[in-house]
Each structure stands twice: as C-alpha cells, then as structure tokens.
Design a protein around this ligand. Structure first.
Ligand SMILES: [Zn+2]
Ligand SMILES: [Zn+2]
Length: 372
C-alpha cells in the first residue's frame, strides 16, 4: 500500500502534517524548522524556531527575540511521533539539511548546500533518504567551480599587487557565508582586514557563537583612510557604487559570486576582478550530492529547476520541479546592476516573479497544497 507522503508543499512552505511543523516557511507558522539563517529561509513571525546551534546568534541578530530551540548535528528531536535531525549542508556556518523520519519513510530537505569543504563551515554530509528536496541554483553544466585554494591564491596575489600600486582593495561578498570564507583565507602578512558594518555585525554574532575568525577592524567615522587603504576591505554587495565605497578610492574592486562565471557579469557590476566563488554546489556537486543520497525521488525548489530536472530524468531519476519562495538572498544581483538591462540574458532564475514562475510549472505543482 502506498504511504501518505510525509512532507508536502503548501503556500506557507514545506509542511509535515503528521508532525505539524514547517521547514523554512515563508508565512508565519507555529513551528518552523530552519535550515540556515539566510533571509529567504529564516523569516520573522513564527511562534517557535528550531535550528542548528551555530545559527543561534545570527538568527537573534537578524530576527530579534525569537523563541528558539537549537540542536547539534545528528541530535534527534521528536514532534508528534516524527523524528527530526540535522546534518551538515556545507553552505554557511550553522547550515543544516533537515532529515525527517516516520514509519520508515525518510525525507531530507537540503536547504542550500555546497559539496566542497570550505574550511569554515562543517562540510556537507550526504544522508540516505527516500525523498530528497534539493536546490539547484547553479544547475547548469556551465557552472563548474575551481578548488577554492586556487581562487584564494588569485585573491591574495591581486591584493598584493594593489598594495604595490598604491590602490586600495575592496572585495565584495555576501555578509553571511562569503564574507567569512574570504576572511579566513586572506593572507594577513599582506595587511589588515577592514570590514563594512553589515559584515562586522555578522562576524560579531558568529564570534558570540564561539566561532574563531581572523582579526578584523570595523570601518567607522574614526578610521584613518590611509591605513584602511593599505589593507583589504570586505564589503557587502549593497555597498557597491555608494559614497561609502568611493571615499576609499582609488581602489581595485573584486566581486565574489558564482554568477561571475557568466559572460558580462563582471562588467555589469563594474568590477575590476570577478572571482567565481559560490556557497552553492556547482553542476557536478549537485549531481554527486543527489546520487549519494540514494533517493527514489528528487524535488527541486529553486534555481535552474527546468534544465536540471530534465537532465535528472534523462539519467534515470524521478525528478520534479516544485514551487517555493527560496533563492535571492546571497545569490542576489547587487543593487547597482539590478536596474540595468542584462544584454546577455543573465539568468537569475530565482528572481522570476512568483506569478510567472507558477505559470511555467506543470499543472498540479504550483502553490496550494499540491501533494508530492
Ligand atoms: Zn542560503
Ligand atoms: Zn537560499
């Protein structure tokens, strides 16, 4: 006899009816299990939150005084007879895949993940399951990441050259994830690390959570410009092109994003250097992660879902596209280029308006409680 699916997609998020909880819901609910602290996964307004303990301080910083229970990887929590446990997703510090089990049926919600060990967060760990819910932000064969040791060798030699040419160095990356990955791989024999307030607030939250990061200097009104110009400045995408950034000129500006793999991306962000670096799995990472779960079915939540689900079906997986509101925080285009046309048709799939995205879905897979 066919068992009722343990998880289903509703207009509030991924729902477990038996356990009466949601995973990464985008509408206010009573019980929310959170994969990680990025804004498209950790919304405000839920009554109770369950997350990994390394997400604790960043969640408090971002969401205020929430009612939060935290767990370690592998620790089990029971909700109405449903077992919930978390496993490393390798995406950002504190990110977890959520494993849900009841009566022998196992589902894993991966949230966002990457398969390369970045040395900063706990490395991705494949979890056996029957049903795997996966992102596929970079689910196209053109996305193939270089090992990060090569990328950071480039970053450090670019910084060294800038110092020699009396140029300030500004490196842009998202505040939770990319910023810490950059920081931990900088060669501090070259100079000091200075941070924009948004980055430093996140660093401080992580330090309160016991994470040891390389030393940083928050940029304030009192910062001495000539000192800052000798170091490297880590700044968020929202600071690109602002007077705040311009006051450190002349500078060389590097942008870290998986989208840098696309032709024209660097120019559209007016960046001097584009570093192809992502906290999401690339094409082969996605396929190897899915394969390692030995799952029967795959559900793709955000990213290149059409291309990637077609490919997975071609190689024999039972793959489905599902509609969610994930995608768009750390994968976001910086403010400066968001309003500009993108002549090469750069594909920010996750930014397609909800209505259009839904129309593109096959019948029965849109919002409104479609069962899996
Ligand atoms: Zn994320
Ligand atoms: Zn996301």
């Amino acid at each position: 006899m066919l068992q009722k699916p343990l998880l289903e997609f509703t207009d509030k998020g991924i729902y477990c009816a038996k356990g009466n909880f949601y995973i990464d819901p985008w509408q206010p609910v009573d019980d929310a299990v959170i994969t990680h602290a990025h804004a498209d996964h950790a919304y405000t307004g839920h009554k109770r939150y369950l997350a990994h303990h390394l997400s604790r301080e960043v969640l408090y910083y971002r969401l205020g005084e929430i009612q939060l229970q935290t767990v370690e990887y592998g620790e089990k929590v029971m909700k109405n007879g449903v077992e919930i446990s978390m496993f490393p997703a390798g995406h950002v510090i504190g990110s977890a895949q959520i494993r849900v089990e009841s009566q022998g049926q196992v589902w894993v919600v991966s949230g966002d993940y990457k398969t390369e060990d970045d040395g900063v967060c706990t490395p991705f760990e494949p979890v056996n399951c029957h049903h795997f819910i996966s992102e596929c932000t970079f689910g196209m064969p053109i996305y193939k990441w270089k090992p990060q040791s090569e990328i950071f060798a480039d970053v450090n030699s670019w910084w060294r050259q800038n110092v020699a040419q009396n140029l300030a160095t500004v490196i842009v990356g998202y505040s939770l994830g990319k910023a810490q990955r950059i920081l931990q791989n900088l060669d501090l024999s070259i100079g000091n690390v200075y941070t924009h307030g948004v980055i430093e607030n996140t660093n401080e939250a992580l330090r309160r959570n016991g994470i040891v990061l390389q030393p940083t200097h928050r940029i304030t009104q009192e910062s001495v410009k000539e000192e800052v110009r000798k170091g490297i400045i880590i700044a968020p995408p929202s600071s690109v092109g602002t007077p705040w950034m311009r006051k450190f000129g002349p500078y060389s500006f590097g942008y870290c994003s998986g989208w840098m793999a696309l032709r024209g991306a660097k120019r559209r962000r007016a960046a001097d250097r584009g570093f192809v670096m992502s906290d999401h799995a690339d094409w082969t990472g996605l396929i190897s992660a899915i394969d390692a779960t030995r799952c029967e079915s795959v559900y793709l939540t955000h990213g290149s879902t059409a291309t990637f689900s077609r490919y997975l079906r071609d190689i024999g997986f039972d793959a489905h596209e599902v509609h969610t509101l994930y995608g768009g925080e750390e994968e976001e285009a910086p403010a400066q280029s968001a309003s500009q046309p993108s002549p090469e048709g750069e594909g920010f799939e996750e930014k397609i308006p909800v209505k259009i995205a839904m129309e593109a879905l096959p019948p029965g897979e849109g919002l409104g409680g479609a069962a899996l």
